[in-house]
Design a protein. Structure first.
Length: 308
């Protein structure tokens, strides 16, 4: 396998995208970066079928809608099974099956009150990326690729979970309760031990059965990668998101929406044959959020295996 095709791409933490897991009171700004970062990881580029199992740790804070003296905090663990299938070199099909644990607390006045703690299936995501233009120079080991991507998160996660007979907060639900389609453009460049890509996508959300709509968002990523050796790959990039505020029955939801730009480092290790271990992160460096919000660093680790 050539070094060029032992490429990888840092995921948006997204566990981005996709990756679009909804955190408390700031769901419209949580998933930074390209929704299909995972379709460019090592086995996804060089092989026909790749499986991945990963774990993501995410935390969000935002002002309480009813009492400004209180802060809503969400801690989310996501466990995702992802598959990438490439029937031809120009096409990558992906499916992501998420299982999430969401714990919401309310803090203020020196006290912390548990609000909800829910575990369940999240919103399954289906997507594809098609290379419209592809130019390869075998002599220089140089590759240029321009692709379009599209897909959607599906309303498979429960959105009607109750505690003590009352429906818990929208952002504590395992699923969004609505479809979340996206579309975008992607450019990739490779030359020997180096690789880079840039992408921009837009995601829209429908209204769920409770009349809630998560804010539409513009997502972007710019990454550079260095293949330090046949078994080690390093990635450093910037993932961003600019989102509109959420809406509840047509009314704007306070403390949602805004812009987040994150520094996104990653390390991949080819542990054995087609098995890769990886660690990735998104560390917010620009946070221009609407109202009272805070997005903390997100961390992801996992294993991917090239089946063939």
């Amino acid at each position: 396998m050539s070094k060029i095709h032992v490429g990888f791409t840092l995921g948006g933490l997204a566990l981005t995208a996709l990756l679009a897991a909804p955190p408390a009171r700031a769901c419209s700004v949580c998933g930074c970066g390209d929704p299909l970062l995972i379709s460019n990881d090592p086995a996804a580029i060089s092989g026909q079928l790749r499986l991945q199992l990963d774990t993501e740790y995410l935390r969000m804070k935002a002002g309480n809608e009813e009492d400004p003296a209180l802060t809503d905090e969400l801690t989310q663990w996501s466990y995702r099974l992802n598959a990438v299938y490439r029937p031809v070199d120009a096409l990558a099909l992906t499916i992501t099956l998420p299982f999430v644990t969401k714990t919401m607390n309310m803090t203020g006045g020196g006290a912390t009150t548990a609000v909800s703690d829910v575990t369940g299936l999240g919103d399954v995501e289906l997507a594809a990326r098609w290379a419209l233009l592809r130019s390869a120079d075998l002599g220089s080991g140089r590759l240029h690729e321009l692709a379009i991507s599209g897909g959607a998160s599906t309303p498979t996660g429960a959105n009607d979970v109750k505690a003590d007979g009352e429906r818990i907060d929208e952002h504590g639900q395992p699923g969004t309760g609505s479809w979340g389609p996206f579309a975008g453009l992607h450019y990739r460049f490779e030359q020997r031990d180096w690789s880079a890509f840039a992408s921009i996508s837009g995601r829209w959300h429908g209204v769920n059965s409770e009349g809630y709509r998560y804010g539409s968002a513009l997502l972007w990523s710019v990454h550079g990668q260095w293949f330090a050796s046949r078994r080690i790959a390093l990635d450093l990039g910037v993932d961003g998101r600019h989102a509109a505020a959420d809406a509840d029955s047509g009314d704007t939801v306070v403390n949602t929406g805004g812009t987040v730009v994150s520094l996104a480092p990653g390390v991949y290790l080819n542990a054995y044959a087609g098995a890769w271990l990886f660690v990735r992160a998104q560390v917010p460096v620009v946070k221009n959020l609407t109202g009272v919000q805070d997005q903390l660093p997100t961390f992801l680790t996992g294993i991917q295996y090239q089946v063939r």
